[in-house]
Ligand binder design. Structure first.
Ligand code: GUN
Length: 285
């Protein structure tokens, strides 16, 4: 049987560290970190995420500025808002909740955010820095995964890591972070032949597909570490990960649950990035 990596517990540790960093920052510079969260439209899941991000900020002492715009907001108007936030001294981090309505070009919006305030780590500047191994602000979900792997004391050097999913938000940055820790990394995606065989060879499996139970328990190698990034709603209305938890947990050495695994880590790392951005702003001032 495997041991559970408890995302709620590790996220609480991260938040405690953040609280003391914020106290120190206030003491030294008088600065209170601020995060602007922009939501366009009324996607119910996005609304919940945005509300949770606001609550999490307040809990650790980050000021939260929420901007909710109607679904028919034009791209120019959104870009003008971002320009204002880029110039605001109170705002250290800017997060534009994705997905955006289809009439708005996501890449244009991502590039409009100042790289120094890009707490999502999605701007090409931050993507480039991560790629060359000199990260500034890094994407929150893969950073959270790395923190979870660190917490179990696994050395990634020479390990076979298989990332299932190639999104800009999770799969690609995840692969780079594992690579920088000297893992041998394979990225699988919808066109990969025989994903089962790739997963079977993995010491570390990162599942970020967005399909409930896509990774079968029997694919997991004995003793592997299994990190499940998926948060899917089943036909019965339950939350389920991308991995068949029961079967996988019989084989894995460590596994993350859904819910209570990677999810809480993502928000914790967002708060951490906001504090990092505030520190950068205080140094630049
Ligand atoms: N939508 C789903 N995940 C994310 C994320 O990490 N950041 C933003 N901005 N939007 C998302």
């Amino acid at each position: 049987m495997s041991r559970i990596i408890d995302g709620r517990e590790i996220a609480a540790q991260v938040r405690a560290e953040i609280k003391s960093e914020i106290s120190l920052l206030k003491e030294k510079t008088g600065l209170t970190p601020g995060l602007a969260v922009v939501l366009v439209g009324d996607d119910p899941a996005s609304r919940v995420y945005v509300r949770n991000k606001g609550k999490a900020c307040e809990e650790v002492g980050i000021r939260s500025f929420q901007h909710t715009l109607p679904a028919d907001t034009g791209e120019e108007e959104l870009l003008a808002l971002i320009k204002g936030l880029n110039g605001s001294k109170d705002v250290n981090g800017i997060l534009v909740q994705l997905p955006l309505p289809s009439h708005i070009d996501e890449e244009t919006v991502i590039e409009a955010v100042s790289p120094q305030k890009d707490v999502d780590g999605f701007h090409p500047y931050n993507v480039g820095r991560l790629t060359i191994g000199r990260p500034l602000l890094q994407p929150c979900t893969p950073s959270g995964v790395m923190r979870m792997i660190e917490s179990i004391g696994v050395d990634l050097t020479g390990k076979e890591a298989v990332v299932v999913g190639r999104s800009n938000i999770v799969g690609k940055p995840m692969a780079l972070m594992l690579l920088h820790k000297n893992a041998t990394v394979t990225i699988c995606h919808s066109k990969t032949r025989d994903i089962a065989q790739k997963v079977r060879s993995a010491d570390i499996v990162i599942a970020a597909v967005g399909r409930a139970g896509f990774i079968k328990g029997e694919w997991i190698k004995d003793g592997a570490v299994v990190i499940d990034v998926g948060i899917n709603r089943t036909a019965e209305g339950k939350l389920a990960g991308d991995v068949e938890f029961e079967g996988a947990s019989r084989r894995a050495s460590f596994i993350t649950p859904v819910p209570g695994g990677v999810g809480p880590m993502t928000i914790a790392m967002l708060l951490k990035n906001t504090v990092e951005a505030a520190k950068m702003a205080s140094c630049a001032a």
